[in-house]
Design a protein around this ligand. Structure first.
Ligand code: FMN
Length: 383
């Protein structure tokens, strides 16, 4: 079982993740992990914190000469802005944050809960997801995320081209709308307001059979939804057509099944073809070999420079919500986080299905099961 936990406060000395069940034999490409961390720090609309931090991953355990051993892997990120003990207690809780509910729930001040609830923690989730991507890369599964909509402006993808996304200040795949999005972020900043948006992640190269139909908590779509919904400020998750499916008749939602003879031996679909992909690559909680498509809706940042109404915690009289240095828009960063948490869940499903303690074992198991399935499908009906 591949799993991880994170620890650390936004302004504590460091953030730490322990990844358990990661197979041996994967070379740690720290430059790649750091590249993903840098992407999370970027995107137009972020606040001053990102200029203070230089997220570079430190691997404290689970490797030998830069290659994973199968032992728990500790990933650590140093906080440059480590000033937890000097920070003051906010006098009024911010709506849209853990401030009020958390301080009551944990019987602490507001500072203690907001420091842990902060999206600074998502830097670790990106590091962990990037580690998972190294495993996926070795078995030819790709995970690609981008911004699909921001501040209500749709950015219909022109092509799934990493170079286009990486050249975009807001991580879209449509340069013609970038200027309008940047202007909308500027206008929101001027007005003391913030913007949300929608990210899309596409997983390609998945074999048929990740996840299971047999039990609710083994369903791949359910696991992806949990992982994505657990990201700070994500308020909706869709797979494939998602909510749109509820508005159409069945004939416009169901993906037809066709067959193409003479398929190559390594065809992960065994010749079965799906002319549409409304299911977003998952049927009955199981990957069906088509691209897995996940959209995530991120709410606008709740900390407003214009400060919304709140109350003073001591006097209970009206007082504007506390304001702390904040992002105006973090949708591009969210697209990187969503992409990486999805990568981790796919890697976890791979380790579960192909039960491997090493990369070689996983590869061998994938090949063997592929051959078993191919032979079975050929013999189908003959027994
Ligand atoms: C990448 C990223 C950056 C964020 N930056 C901020 C920020 O600067 N200020 C803020 O108030 N909320 C920020 N948030 C959102 C809060 O962390 C989140 O809304 C808060 O913890 C409450 O959790 P909830 O919205 O999931 O209920 C950010 C979220 C993400 C994903």
């Amino acid at each position: 079982m591949l799993r991880y936990l994170t620890a650390g406060e936004s302004h504590g000395p460091a953030l730490t993740a322990i990844v358990e069940g990661f197979p041996s034999g994967v070379t740690i490409d720290a430059a790649f992990i750091n590249h993903e961390l840098k992407r999370r720090q970027g995107g137009y609309g972020r606040g001053k914190r990102q200029t203070l931090e230089t997220d570079l991953v430190i691997v404290d355990s689970g490797t030998f000469h830069g290659v994973t051993t199968g032992a728990p892997i500790t990933l650590r990120l140093i906080n440059n802005d480590a000033k937890l003990e000097r920070l003051q207690e906010p006098s009024s809780p911010r709506g849209g944050h853990i401030d009020l509910a958390g301080a009551i729930n944990y019987q602490t001040g507001i500072r203690q809960v907001l420091e842990r609830a902060s999206a600074r923690e998502t830097a670790l989730r990106v590091a962990v997801g990037a580690l998972a991507k190294l495993l996926l890369r070795a078995i030819e599964i790709q995970v690609f995320g981008y911004v699909r909509e921001l501040g209500g402006i749709e950015a219909v993808p022109l092509s799934l081209d990493e170079a286009i996304r990486d050249a975009s200040p807001v991580y879209t795949l449509n340069p013609s709308v970038d200027a309008a999005i940047v202007a909308a972020i500027d206008a929101a900043r001027e007005a003391g307001d913030t913007l949300g948006g929608i990210t899309e992640t596409i997983v390609t190269g998945c074999p048929i059979g990740l996840g299971s139909h047999a039990q609710w908590d083994r369903k791949l779509d359910a696991r992806l939804a949990l992982a994505v919904m657990s990201i700070q400020a994500i308020k909706g998750v869709e797979i494939g057509l998602g909510i749109e499916a509820a508005k159409r008749p069945g004939s416009k939602v169901m993906d037809p099944i066709a067959f193409e003879a003479g398929f190559p031996e390594d065809d992960r679909l065994f010749g079965f073809r799906r002319p549409t992909n409304n299911a977003g690559g998952i049927e009955g909680g199981t990957s069906n070999g088509m691209p897995i498509v996940v959209r995530a809706a991120k709410k606008p940042i709740s900390t407003l420079a214009s400060r919304g109404p709140s109350v003073n915690m001591t006097t209970k009289s009206p007082q504007p919500a506390a304001y702390e240095r904040s992002d105006v828009c973090a949708v591009p960063a969210a697209s990187v986080i969503v992409e990486n948490v999805i990568a981790f869940e796919i890697a976890a499903a791979v380790v579960e299905k192909y039960v491997g303690t090493s990369l070689d074992a996983i590869r061998a198991s994938m090949r063997a099961i592929h051959e078993l399935d191919r032979a079975r499908l050929e013999r189908w009906g003959a027994e």
